[in-house]
Structures are given as C-alpha cells and as structure tokens.
Design a protein around this ligand. Structure first.
Ligand SMILES: NC(=O)c1ccc[n+]([C@@H]2O[C@H](COP(=O)([O-])OP(=O)(O)OC[C@H]3O[C@@H](n4cnc5c(N)ncnc54)[C@H](OP(=O)(O)O)[C@@H]3O)[C@@H](O)[C@H]2O)c1
Length: 271
C-alpha cells in the first residue's frame, strides 16, 4: 500500500537527497519530495542555478532545502556527500544526474565515455551503497535510481549511455530484492521522453518534432510525481503506462528489430 502524504516523513525519514537537481526532472523530484513535507538536499554542479532552485522550493513548500555543489564525476563524491549530509537522516535518495555522450560510439572520445561511466554507474553505486547501509540500519528509507527506456535495448547514437542506464536498471532491481525485508523500498525508474532543458537542447532540430516519432514528451512534474506514488511498487516502475506497454511490445519482437527501431528514432532526432 502506498503511504499517504501525511505519513511520508514518518515512513521514510525526514530528508530527501536528489542528485542532479538544479533544473528539469531533478528539480521536479526535489519539489515533489518537498510537497510531501520532506526537507531536501539538492546536488548539482552549477551553483547559481542550484541555489535558485533550492530557494524556490523552500519558499513554495516551507521546508529546508540544502544546496550542495558537487560534480557526480568527482572521484571524491562519496566523502563530499557524506560530509554534507551526515547530520541528517536521508530517507529518500533519488539518483537523477546523468551524462549522455551523444554521437556514434567511435566518434565520441573515450574520455567522454569514461566520464559517463563514472556519473551513470560508479557514483550511483557509491551513493546507494552508503545511503542504503544507513537506511537498512534504521529499517526505513527509499532509493530511486532514474534510468531510461534507452536501457531496454542497444541504442544507436547513445550506445554507452544506454548501456550505463541498463546497469542502473539492473542494480536497482537487485537492491529491491535485497533491501525490501529491511523496510527499504528500491525502484528502478524507467523514464521515457520528458521535456527537460537537457533533453530539448540535445534534439537535432532539423529532424522535426518529437511528436512525429510518436514520442510525446511529458512534463518533469508529472514524471517526478508519479514515482513518489509508486515507491512501494518496485523493482521497476515506468514513467507512464504507455512506456510499459511499449517496453512489453518491444520485448516480444526479434532483437534486431527492436534495436533498429530505437536507432531510427535516435539517429533522426539526436544525430
Ligand atoms: N529527459 C528525458 O527525456 C529522459 C528520458 C529518459 C531518461 N531520462 C533520465 O532522467 C534523468 C534526468 O535527465 P535530464 O537529462 O532530462 O536532466 P534534468 O534532470 O532535467 O537535468 C540534469 C540535472 O543533473 C545535473 N547534473 C548533470 N550532470 C551532473 C554531474 N556530473 N554532477 C552533478 N549534477 C549533474 C544537472 O545540473 P548541473 O548541470 O547544474 O550539474 C541538472 O540539474 C537522467 O537520469 C536521464 O538519464 C531523461
């Protein structure tokens, strides 16, 4: 049974921590947590945008919002986040930050792919390990790893991004099965096209509108709000029922067909 709004801080703990929260979907996750009465730690690289977002959420919801400027690619991120949050109980952890090397695999530099692995695989592992231990010790908490429809098959133009998102998807599912007996909910959140500044600025505008590709971007607020209603419905939650239907339909097709269909969309709109 999903907890009621009133029970959120009691069920999970007083604070949320959202990694990658200065704008778009990450800011929406922070706002949705604040709307349920949680205080929030927000992490991102750009100080001005992060502080503006933190101030806006604090004003709107009357909660404490603590901005911490940190790069998820920093090898020291575990220590930095620990120092910034050890005095509070993080009851909800959302790993939203992502790096998405864009272009054919061999055309993107190896360095860029490796930074992607750090942001999309290593850092979520570091933070989920640390915060997960504290949650199981207290017998309550929730972890959301934000992944993507791209994680469900090889994806042309985003090959290493999609592979890294598959890592987050499968990590979250395994953690769900391990932590549920300790009172901790884990969800791998499979997100479809969402109208965030990052996503809109990465579109190849020559290609027309996303609607032409039957991809209707959703609002960050609707996508963020949905997962908080489904924290108890892991291991995998989709950002919209249509995403789940599309995933199920693709899974029944020959693999080459599924991979090529995704590649036609990504190479048209993100080449
Ligand atoms: N938008 C979509 O259509 C879509 C589709 C499928 C999945 N997703 C997933 O949804 C999540 C959000 O995606 P989005 O691209 O739309 O972005 P977003 O949440 O709208 O913005 C990305 C946020 O992460 C922060 N960030 C990025 N790199 C960071 C780093 N190295 N260290 C710290 N913070 C960092 C950015 O702030 P700074 O720049 O200030 O650091 C920004 O606040 C990602 O996990 C993505 O894979 C999105």
């Amino acid at each position: 049974v999903a907890p009621t709004d009133e029970s959120f801080p009691e069920r999970y703990g007083r604070w949320a921590l959202v990694a990658g929260a200065s704008e778009g979907l990450g800011a929406a996750f922070a706002g949705a947590a604040a709307a349920r009465g949680l205080d929030v730690v927000v992490l991102a690289r750009r100080r001005r945008e992060l502080e503006e977002t933190a101030g806006r959420i604090a004003d709107e919801h009357g909660v404490q919002v603590r901005p911490v400027v940190v790069d998820m690619a920093d090898p020291d991120v575990g220590r930095i986040v620990a120092e910034a949050t050890d005095d509070v109980e993080v009851g909800l952890f959302v790993y939203n930050a992502a790096a998405s090397p864009q272009g054919k695999f061999l055309d993107v530099s190896l360095d860029e792919h490796l930074v992607g692995l750090r942001v999309n695989c290593i850092t979520p592992t570091v933070l989920a390990h640390r915060l997960g231990k504290r949650m199981t010790g207290r017998g309550r908490g929730a972890i959301v790893l934000v992944t993507s429809m791209a994680a469900l098959q090889g994806t042309k133009v985003f090959a290493s991004y999609a592979a890294a998102k598959a890592y987050e998807l499968i990590l979250g599912e395994g953690m769900w099965d391990e932590l549920r007996d300790d009172g901790v909910d884990v969800v791998s959140y499979v997100v479809g096209a969402t109208a965030t500044p990052t996503m809109l600025s990465s579109i190849n505008r020559e290609g027309g509108s996303l609607a032409d590709a039957s991809v209707e971007p959703r609002t960050p607020e609707s996508v963020a709000g949905r997962v908080l209603e489904h924290l108890h419905d892991g291991p995998r939650v989709y950002s919209h029922p249509d995403d789940e239907r599309a995933a199920d339909a693709s899974a029944t097709k020959p693999r080459a067909e599924t991979v090529a269909a995704m590649g036609r969309v990504t190479s048209k709109f993100w080449a």
